[in-house]
Each structure stands twice: as C-alpha cells, then as structure tokens.
Design a protein around this ligand. Structure first.
Ligand code: NAP
Length: 270
C-alpha cells in the first residue's frame, strides 16, 4: 500500500511523521507523495482540510486517516499513541487484499461564474460568500426559483462533515455525514420591517441547488474551507452536493459520529 503524509508544521506533528516513516519501513508500506492509496493527516482538522485540497484531483483513489496532535478532531480522530496500530492496520488491510474499509462523505460543489468565466471548486467543510467592504445584498434562488433577497454579512454553505465547524458557530444544525445534503446558514442577516430573510438554516437534499446572485458589483470574498479568494464581477455562485466527488475515510474501527460530537462539544463526563 502506498501512503503520503500531510502534517502540521509543529514539533509534535513532525516527530510523529518521522516515526511513521520508520514504522512504514517495517510494515512494507511504500512512501509515495504523488499517487498514494492512503493519506495520513497528522495535526488537526485544519490539517485534514489541507490534505483534502492537496489531493483533490485523486479523491476517488485515496482514503484519508487523521491523527491528532492537539485535541481530538472530527477528521483527526486517532490519538498519537495509536500510530503503530494505524501502520499495522494499513499493512494488514493491504496484505489480506480485502482493500480498506472506508466511509464516504459528501462534499460541497461550488460553481463560480464571473465575467472571466466559470470555475468549479469543492469544499470538505464549507464555502462562505461575503462582500469585502459593505453589506452583501444578493438574490437567493433555490432550484431556479427566487427564494429571498439576502442582506447581511454573508452566506455559509456547508457539507454534513463541515456542519460541526463554522456552520455550528452560525447556529446551524449538526448533520450526520451519511445524509447527502448541504446546509445554508446566514451570517448576520439584517432583519427588520423593511428587510426580511428566512432567518433559519436550510438543508437542501442532493439534486437541489442554490444560486446566490449579488445585486451590485463590488469586491467579494469567497472562502473554500481554509482558503480565501477575492472576487470581482461575480455573476452567480451555485452550490450543490457534488454529484461526482466524495471524500473517503479509512474506517479501521468504529467511532460513531455522535460520540465524536459528544466528546468534542460536551465532554465525556456526565
Ligand atoms: P482556524 O481558524 O485555524 O481553525 C478553525 C477551527 O475549526 C480549528 O479549531 C479546527 O480544528 C476546527 N475545525 C476545522 N474543521 C472542523 C470540523 N469539520 N469540525 C469541527 N471543527 C473543525 O482555521 P483552519 O484550521 O484552517 O480551518 C478552517 C475552518 O475554520 C473553516 O473550514 C471553518 O469551518 C472554520 N472557521 C470557523 C469559524 C467560526 O467558527 N467562527 C470562522 C472561520 C472559519 P483543529 O484545531 O483540529 O485544526
């Protein structure tokens, strides 16, 4: 089995990366940064976002595993002291030739149409669309039908596995990643007797799409996970559950999603 590592730039993550390379030698795992079968992310959930984007062109051929060197994460869910077990599980899943057991989660597809053309991007957590300096005023349509005029700081559109990230801070619901959906949450919408938005998060199923069409041309900021870009002359932003890309995580042991949610946000003590 061929593996690659994406690690956070800190001492603990670097040490663990070195240690894994040593373990890999004894477990007949081949280091291949270009065409890995499995990508280890060593760091935090943010490191997994980097790994996802680094290998975005090979998502269908890669599974990810996350080892955390800080707090337990949603993507980074293996403790550092389990690294030998991870190497051994990787070796045995290739040795038995059963292939890896994986879980597949949906990702957000965003189509950005500007005066320069159309560009497609994919988000593991979410995209956000904001105006750079002034209030964002945009027409929101769902499945090509006008829905509302939005006024406020911006819009966040998250995947189920990203629902525990920015979406949660915006009051969005936590969605189990087995549900193929995207969630739309408002970022500080203006609501008064003149301006009105729905005010609640919306969850769209697969095959539905949302369009955001800005009412005036100004500078915009689009974030795709940890990456931010400035945009001008935006005609529309269209989001949906990606019909052709999913992200795969190696499932070496059961670790139910709701248990992660409890451990991350509530704690293990009762
Ligand atoms: P960052 O600002 O350094 O870290 C954001 C935090 O979000 C980190 O603690 C990270 O965990 C955590 N995180 C990332 N993905 C998560 C997930 N799926 N579920 C739960 N927590 C998650 O930025 P970053 O590390 O580059 O991550 C970018 C992400 O930050 C964005 O995708 C967005 O979701 C999030 N963000 C959140 C807010 C907010 O909540 N107000 C604002 C902007 C961005 P680790 O410490 O384990 O890496």
């Amino acid at each position: 089995m061929k593996y690659a590592i994406v690690y956070r730039d800190d001492n603990r993550s670097r040490e663990l990366t070195e240690h894994f390379h040593e373990l890999a030698d004894t477990h007949e795992l081949i280091h291949d940064e270009k065409k890995p079968d499995i990508v280890l992310s060593i760091g935090g959930d943010g490191t997994m976002l980097q790994a996802f984007h680094k290998y975005i062109e090979r998502l269908d051929q890669i599974s990810f595993v996350g080892i955390h060197t800080g707090r337990l994460g949603f993507f980074a869910d293996w403790k550092p002291d389990k690294i030998e077990e991870v190497a051994s599980l990787m070796y045995h899943s290739s040795e038995k030739d059963h292939g890896l057991r994986v879980v597949e989660y949906p990702v957000v597809e965003v189509e950005i149409t500007t005066a320069q053309g159309v560009e497609k991007r994919y988000a593991l957590n979410e995209i956000t669309f904001k105006s750079m300096f002034i209030t964002l005023v945009a027409q929101l349509s769902i499945n090509d039908e006008p829905f509302e005029t939005f006024r406020g700081d911006g819009i966040c559109i998250s995947s189920p596995s990203g629902s525990t990230a920015y979406n949660k801070s915006l009051g969005g619901a936590i969605v189990h990643p087995a549900i193929e959906a995207i969630q739309i949450t408002e970022i500080a919408s203006i609501n008064n007797r003149v301006f009105r938005t729905l005010g609640s998060p919306i969850i769209l199923p697969k095959h539905h799409h949302i369009d955001i069409v800005p009412k005036s041309q100004q500078g915009f900021i689009l974030t795709v996970d940890h990456q931010a870009m400035q945009l001008h002359d935006v005609k529309s932003i269209r989001c949906r559950v990606s019909p052709d890309k999913k992200v795969k995580f190696a499932r070496f042991r059961p670790f139910p999603f709701w248990m992660r949610v409890r451990e991350a946000f509530i704690g293990t003590e009762f």
